[in-house]
Design a protein around this ligand. Structure first.
Ligand SMILES: Cc1cc2nc3c(=O)[nH]c(=O)nc-3n(C[C@H](O)[C@H](O)[C@H](O)COP(=O)(O)OP(=O)(O)OC[C@H]3O[C@@H](n4cnc5c(N)ncnc54)[C@H](O)[C@@H]3O)c2cc1C
Length: 425
């Protein structure tokens, strides 16, 4: 029997740091090993409302306010070829236990460092610049520690439990060979920061702006990082990039020019950092919890980022896994069966995100139609705010499916030409 009382967390991104906070608050010793040295750059700069609840629970909300991150009051979508926008404001759907009508856009260098420091202030031990190379298992096949690279040496560190929060590196998923790429989504993003993006055409400069692009599963993001700097990203199927035979910059510029509102916003913009690329980012692990281990955040599951869900999923996976870990320390049962309820909860929540995203890509005008409709607007808004956990039913997704069926089976339907090839059954 493993007598060690420490939880080892691999990765000090939002998932790992938030888990450190929850565990320390419960009096459980934990150590975070982070391969980078913060501050380090990261994609994923715009948050959904539900993140605020977790910040509040772990005592991090005053830090977010003190640091003056740009407040995010809503979101706005721009059609692919015509001008104009459809938007939502978060105050339309107040959420339980959230006492503000905005969330945040963040510079992830600053945000991730602050959250890691917050975890440290609550009691997590932090080692930065230390790469974990393997999760160790004992003769009973329970995770029993990690192997790290330290000053050129391989060192073994024992643990009562191991948590993989290594993000898209998916250390444990790869080690256990349980990583499954998404059968539908295979997207590619090019992004950079710009000055002088023109936000005057929209009266909502503190919103995230999403521009539909006239290409399969193509869209662009506009996220205000400060009042001067804006993060801009272009996303499309990887195949579009591959067959286009363009440099990342040419690809970026081509699609900026393809949407009238986006081209207008970018006409005098100046790039202030290098273009970065992201690929291969939709997948899930066959298991998120086993004997003595759990996987959280991107290390467990990653769904397409169209609705800015990633950081919220990372934070809630930390919250829900901490419930099971705290219980395991009480009962002494660290088995897969004891930890599995965490996996079920996270899977159910991310499945709702995934279904919403799939239906969105199946028929883009459906989304705009639904957020403009009196009947469905609030329910769509609820999803967009990240209210996906602990839900037995999501009637608005059924309504979307029905609507798509009608479009598919009605000859000459005005939206018929806009159905994509995504399977939804
Ligand atoms: C194109 C794109 C756009 C996105 N846009 C958004 C958005 O607008 N909003 C949003 O909420 N999310 C967005 N995301 C998702 C978001 O980036 C992630 O969901 C979020 O960062 C997950 O947090 P995490 O803590 O799980 O992983 P990470 O933030 O990746 O943190 C993992 C940490 O583990 C460390 N690590 C990795 N391997 C090891 C190792 N072997 N040993 C030790 N440490 C290790 C890494 O250095 C890293 O610091 C986007 C993602 C993509 C690809």
């Amino acid at each position: 029997m493993n007598q060690n009382d420490n939880v080892v967390i691999i990765g000090g991104g939002p998932a790992g740091s938030a888990l450190g906070c929850y565990l320390s608050k419960a009096g459980i010793k934990n150590t975070i090993f982070e391969s980078a040295i913060h501050p380090r750059e990261h994609v994923g700069e715009s948050m959904v409302m539900s993140s605020v609840r977790v910040f509040d629970e772990i005592g991090f909300l005053p830090v977010m306010e003190r640091e003056g991150f740009v407040r995010k009051y809503g979101a706005s979508w721009h059609p692919p070829v015509a001008k104009g926008e459809a938007d939502i404001a978060f105050h339309e759907f107040p959420q339980a236990d959230i006492n503000q009508d905005y969330t945040y856009h963040v510079d992830r260098k600053k945000f991730d460092l602050l959250l890691l420091k917050h975890a440290e202030s609550l009691g997590s031990k932090i080692y930065q610049g230390v790469q974990v190379t393997e999760v160790l298992f004992d003769e009973d096949k329970f995770a029993s520690g990690i192997r790290v690279k330290l000053a050129g040496q391989e060192v073994e560190i024992p643990a009562r439990m191991v948590v993989d929060a290594s993000g898209r590196s998916t250390l444990l998923g790869k080690q256990l060979k349980v990583k499954k790429n998404d059968p539908v989504f295979d997207q590619f993003a090019v992004h950079a920061w710009f000055e002088n993006v023109d936000k005057s055409q929209v009266d909502s400069s503190e919103y995230i702006h999403i521009y539909f692009l006239p290409v399969e599963r193509g869209w662009a993001w506009q996220i205000p990082i400060t009042h001067e700097i804006t993060s801009m990203g272009i996303v499309a199927e990887k195949e579009v990039f591959r067959t286009g035979k363009m440099t990342p910059e040419q690809y970026f510029n081509k699609y900026v020019a393809s949407n009238p509102d986006l081209a207008h916003a970018m006409r005098d913009a100046r790039r202030v950092n290098e273009f970065k690329m992201e690929g291969d980012y939709s997948y899930q692990m066959e298991t998120f919890a086993g004997n003595g281990f759990v996987m959280i955040g991107d290390a467990a599951r990653f769904v397409d980022p169209i609705f800015s869900s990633g950081v919220s999923v990372a934070l809630y996976s930390a919250k829900y896994s901490s419930d099971r870990i705290i219980e395991a320390f009480k009962t002494g049962d660290f088995s897969e069966a004891a930890l599995k309820p965490y996996e079920q909860k996270l899977r159910a929540g991310t499945a709702i995100w995934y279904e919403f995203i799939r239906l969105y890509y199946k028929l883009l005008p459906l989304f705009t139609h639904f957020i403009k409709s009196k009947e469905h607007r609030v329910e769509v808004l609820r999803l967009l705010q990240g209210e996906v956990f602990d839900r037995k039913e999501v009637p608005v997704l059924d309504a979307m499916r029905k609507f798509i069926k009608v479009v598919e089976t009605t000859p000459g339907h005005m939206f018929a030409g806009q159905l994509s090839s995504i399977p939804i059954d």
